[in-house]
Write a protein that binds this ligand. Structure first.
Ligand code: VG1
Ligand code: CO
Length: 543
């Protein structure tokens, strides 16, 4: 019998999950009972987890090890029957999603703050995924948050699990099965992609360079790209997950993955360069001297997925988050399949995936995936590129350019103003929101507004409504800009400005992205007095 203790506690009032789970500074999570409160709030909200089976793992960041033991003890005390745990508490976000589905689990915990910096002074995060393998929807996270506001006690037990030994152990009445974090996921990838073709292609002069940025995808890359596909390991960089991610910031963009960009823009460039984020759900791809915008990558994957075994039956429908460029919509039009526009955050795709309405979906922030799981999947997307290239036998540049010739080019860039004062970011948002209704018909810098609104989404499957999901301004030329506040940061606010200009199939595709979007940036600044209000001369990151 499990020896259950009931611990008195007081609510913390800041446990509201954001775009993707609860993310806070490590020091916040280290406060007495902080993590325990949140985890108990989940069990209180979902009593059906008692007697159930859960998956647990994280991206290896600081506090992961401690958090795993806290969660295991609370799970035992709340009657969970079994937990599947990644060895050394490691599991990528897509691997958690896959394991929940494969082993018919009732849910799982992902311990990650994704791309946010790690280490003692960095961030930690926790996300609960439900039975379908996807992030809990807002209806559930709202209930968890409400519970966390009034929680008075939690249940736990003594004891610990040795996370480094593969096999089953007992914690009270609960079985903890420690598994290799990579094997099941690698097997799934072998089913979805033609590993033989990719392996053969990697034996030609085609080369892959991959940077795991010292985060969770290292072991996955070594097994899948290295062992199973034969990519030389000297081109797989930073593959040991470190608690502080090597002091880096594992967001695969030109600023935080600079060494990979430098390599790919040098005469030593690989044929395909790729990197992943902290928890392995996002990615970027580059060819020599060319960076594939994630929105383009989504569109190119949608247009070519039928070349891979996992999507051999074709693509039923596609979805993109609202700020993602409309490149994938053009593909959907030509394929005569539906395309959906959802709010930012992967959870909004899950109903469409479950209902079989879409096969491929993605976000401008470099998350793309298919109906094989219910999370975005960086390794999957890189394998998708490898498989498409192996079949088409073309370079990254040729594939991108021929795509633009067929579908037109959506010049796209995102300007992030990170860590600005929250009240200033809110002032900028309010100044645009207040003017939305008067913008139509007005012109600046050769661009005339056709419409402007605050994006609101009604889920076509369950009818749930998400309001205030970002401000959109559309122009006659087909251009657009979007402004929204990030829901993943932990310090002040991050304001994101998304700029998109369209050049039709027979237009000029050779412009510099910053030139093509300069007028839009200018208009956004003039309309909101953005730089002055934020006290910033320039964005922190341009991707
Ligand atoms: C960001 C991205 C969003 C992504 C989210 C979680 O959210 O913009 O597209 O789904 O991160 O990704 P926000 O609210 O900061 O814009 V991850 O890889 O950090 O779990
Ligand atoms: Co991530």
């Amino acid at each position: 019998m499990t020896d259950i203790q009931t611990i008195k506690t007081k609510p913390y009032l800041d446990q509201k999950p954001g775009t993707s789970g609860l993310r806070k500074r490590v020091s916040v999570f280290q406060q007495e009972h902080y993590l325990a409160n949140f985890v108990q709030s989940i069990f209180d909200t979902l009593p059906q987890l008692s007697g159930g089976k859960l998956v647990l793992g994280g991206d290896g960041r600081y506090f992961n090890d401690e958090a795993v033991q806290i969660i295991l003890s609370i799970a035992t005390a709340n009657g969970v029957a079994e937990v599947i745990l990644g060895k050394n508490a490691i599991l990528s976000t897509p691997a958690v999603s896959h394991l929940i589905r494969k082993y018919d689990c009732d849910g799982g915990f992902v311990l990650s703050a994704s791309h946010n910096p790690a280490g003692e002074n960095g961030d930690f995060g926790i996300k609960f995924n439900i039975q379908n393998g996807g992030s809990a929807p807002t209806s559930i996270t709202d209930a968890i948050y409400a519970r966390s506001q009034i929680i008075a006690e939690y249940k736990t037990t003594h004891g610990a699990i040795d996370v480094s030994i593969i096999g089953s152990q007992q914690l009270g009445d609960m079985i903890v099965t420690v598994i290799d974090p990579v094997t099941d996921f690698a097997e799934l990838m072998e089913k979805l992609f033609d590993f033989r073709s990719i392996r053969n292609h990697l034996k030609t002069d085609f080369t892959l360079a991959f940077d795991a940025l010292h985060a969770v995808t290292g072991p996955y890359a070594e097994e899948i790209f290295g062992k199973r596909l034969g990519a030389p390991t000297e081109h797989l960089f930073n593959t040991t997950p470190l608690p502080d991610f090597g002091g880096g910031h594992p967001d695969p963009n030109p600023v935080y993955a600079k060494p990979l960009f430098d390599l790919m823009y040098s005469d030593k460039a690989a044929s395909l360069g790729a990197a992943s984020d902290g928890d392995g759900d996002r990615y970027i791809v580059l060819g020599p001297n060319i960076y594939v915008s994630p929105s383009d990558s989504l569109a190119i994957i949608a247009a070519n997925a039928h070349l891979t075994p996992g999507c051999a039956d074709g693509v039923k429908g596609v979805a993109r988050s609202m700020p993602t460029s409309r490149a994938v919509d053009e593909v959907a039009k030509q394929l005569s399949i539906p395309s959906f526009e959802t709010p930012t955050g992967w959870k909004y795709f899950c109903n469409l995936l479950d209902a079989g309405q879409i096969t491929i979906c993605g976000e401008e922030s470099a998350g793309t995936s298919s109906d094989h799981i219910r999370e975005k999947d960086g390794i999957w997307a890189i394998l998708m590129w490898l498989n498409i290239i192996a079949v088409r036998g073309e370079t990254v540049e040729d594939i991108v350019h021929s795509h633009w010739k067929k579908f037109g080019r959506h010049y796209y860039t995102r300007h992030d103003y990170e860590g600005v004062e929250t009240s200033r970011a809110e002032t900028v948002m309010a100044s645009l929101r207040n003017r939305l209704s008067e913008l139509s018909g007005q012109s600046w810098h050769g661009e005339t507004v056709t419409s402007a609104d605050s994006f609101s989404y009604t889920d076509p499957v369950d009818g749930s409504v998400a309001e205030n999901q970002g401000l959109r301004v559309f122009f006659e030329s087909g251009s657009r800009f979007v402004m929204r506040l990030s829901g993943t940061g932990t310090q002040g606010a991050t304001l994101r400005l998304y700029l998109e200009a369209y050049a039709a199939a027979d237009d000029d595709h050779t412009r510099d992205v910053s030139d093509a979007t300069a007028a839009l940036a200018q208009i956004a600044d003039e309309l909101t007095d953005l730089k002055v209000t934020l006290h910033r001369d320039a964005p922190t990151v341009i991707s």
